[in-house]
Design a protein. Structure first.
Lengths: 398, 157
């Protein structure tokens, strides 16, 4: 039996409504059970698991390098952030130093990922609330970013471009031209979205005061990322616990005090501008050098060197057939994904496969606040609240 | 490395508060893991959350490990974050494989709710005091708990 709400005696007139899992505004396969009195939501419950694929179990039967391809498919709107989290966790286990050029490119690409993920969020959030054209504009810009991903990794979405020890390969010549073109045109595109929404009376009436959560409640319910910053908590992992040399970049953490759907909207729009600043800095200061760490037993050798060097051939054989052995231990590596705190809890028993790899998915934690946001409000606000916590069901269900 | 983690403020305060609660301490790559005895667990959590110099108010993550065939078989793992001090801490509680159960932490951190349901679903560890402890990711009629080490990854069950 799917999860449902029990009727409360004396309130037989209330309607129990099952919303989803195929409802278009649930952004995937989220099912909500709502108890309605008229149009007001009295109680709410969420039901997940429709996309459960057992990633955490699969990690245990794959080598570390093979595990990277699974991470793309968790949060399918920000594959490179997931790649980064997984690689950083493994590198922390191995205590591996990554060359600066690889770190810079990682930062550049994950910030582009943040922008494109926020673009999908903005587009779908706007279309849920009736602003059709924003959706089309957002997806136009997102496509440009996906072209950049395709040029560096060969894939638009399932990139698997970050590897343990650096990048899969040196990006192609001239790839920065595409990034420059995008970075040049994007600021006025954000102005365009803001012109359509920020002072639009319909948008304001649908978002202001809707889905309010206080800072204390947001912390208690485990909200993270822009959803937490929208409630006035100044917490960004890129600033507070920098990884992959984020401490060398100059950007502002966008915090809003409103705590409602509108506040989180402004926080994310500002975050896109800040991400673009980081992209520009990363392009300007991009260091020269290798994109892979000097660790032949972990990093795959170059194809060419395998034809001339017996050591390279042996290492290649060992990595492909067996993998590498991190020391026994456990790490919890966090990154600021577009949705919040993405954590990889990686436990190694010394074998080439993780003993356990648990993913702290920001969407999974953020979803807990949803009943709190919608109870007592109109049913029309439910779609606004689902949009505002920006969940990806692939990551919720894993 | 080990020496300065022994003087970690959270560990010092915790020992001061209740020396019995700390069962074991491990460090790896600069991360501190404290094993807490089950009997002292909720009190310890409340202390870590409320102590003004610590304020581990954010439960970042909750999961479990299956150490089959060792006994005690399970470890429930809590990742805490202090927003005030930008400090992280890992708590672990050992749980026996025979009728595994542990007290729920929802009263301390409401965000434990979904994580505990997930652990119940995938490991079969019961959380005493959880208001809605039923399967979350798998259907109710599912047999077994997939993240246990004796659960096969392939083949016909």
């Amino acid at each position: 039996m799917p999860v449902t709400l029990e009727r409360i005696p004396g309130h037989e007139e209330r309607v129990i409504l099952s919303m989803g899992p195929q409802h278009p505004s649930t952004h995937g396969v989220l099912r909500l059970v709502l108890e309605l009195e008229g149009e007001t939501v009295v109680r709410a419950l969420y039901d997940i698991g429709y996309l459960h694929t057992g990633f955490e179990k699969s990690f245990e039967s794959k080598t570390y390098s093979q595990g990277i391809t699974l991470t793309d498919r968790m949060d399918y709107l920000s594959p490179l952030s997931n790649n980064l989290g997984f690689c950083l966790a493994t590198e922390k286990l191995l205590d591996l130093e990554i060359p600066p050029r690889a770190q810079w490119i990682r930062v550049l690409l994950t910030e582009l990922t943040r922008i494109q993920s926020h673009l999908v969020w903005l587009g779908t959030h706007a279309i849920d609330l009736g602003a059709m054209s924003v959706f089309l504009y957002c997806f136009r810009e997102r496509e440009e970013i996906l072209h950049i991903f395709e040029s560096v990794s060969g894939q638009r979405m399932m990139t698997s471009y970050f590897r343990v020890g650096g990048l899969a390969l040196e990006p192609p010549l001239g790839w920065l031209k595409g990034v420059q073109k995008f970075a040049k045109s994007f600021p006025e595109r954000i102005d365009e979205y803001e012109a359509l929404l920020t002072r639009n009376p319909i948008w304001l009436s649908r978002t202001q005061g809707v889905g309010y959560i206080s800072a204390d409640d947001a912390i208690a319910y485990g909200l993270s990322g822009p959803s937490l910053r929208g409630s006035g908590v100044d917490w960004d992992i890129r600033k507070k616990e920098p990884y992959s040399s984020y401490e060398k970049f100059d950007f502002k953490v966008s915090t809003r005090r409103e705590g409602d759907v509108y506040g989180r909207y402004l926080a994310r729009v500002e975050e896109m501008r800040q991400s673009l600043r980081i992209v520009n800095q990363a392009m300007e200061g991009l260091p020269e050098g290798p994109v892979k760490a000097n660790a032949p037993h972990i990093v795959m050798p170059e194809r060419e060197s395998m034809k001339t060097s017996i050591e390279a051939l042996i290492y290649h054989f060992k990595i492909v057939t067996e993998g590498f052995h991190p020391p026994v231990g456990e790490v919890y590596q966090i990154i600021e994904s577009p949705r919040g705190e993405l954590g990889f809890y990686m436990v190694s028993d010394g074998s080439p496969k993780p003993f356990r790899c648990h993913v702290r998915a920001p969407s999974f934690a953020n979803l807990q606040a949803l009943p709190k946001l919608i109870e007592g409000r109109l049913i029309a606000d439910v779609v606004a609240c689902i949009g505002t916590i920006d969940i990806v069901l692939g990551e919720v269900d894993r | 490395m080990t020496a300065d983690l022994e003087t970690h403020p959270a560990l010092l305060k915790l020992r001061e508060f209740d020396a019995q609660a700390v069962e074991d301490v491990r460090t790896f790559r600069g991360e501190l893991t404290i094993y807490i005895r089950h009997a002292n667990f909720l009190r310890t959590c409340e202390f870590l959350r409320d102590e003004p110099s610590l304020r581990f108010s954010f439960l970042a993550d909750l999961t479990a490990l299956d150490l089959y065939p060792q006994e005690p078989r399970f470890e429930v793992v809590y990742h805490l974050l202090s927003l005030q001090n930008t400090q992280r801490l890992r708590l672990k509680v050992r749980v026996s494989g025979d009728d595994p159960h542990i007290v729920s932490a929802i009263s301390v951190w409401p965000s434990a709710n979904a994580f505990e349901r997930e652990v119940f679903d995938l490991f079969g560890i019961k959380f005493a005091g959880h208001p809605f402890l039923r399967r979350m990711l798998l259907p109710d009629e599912w047999e077994g708990h997939p993240l246990r080490k004796d659960y096969p990854t392939e083949g016909y069950r």
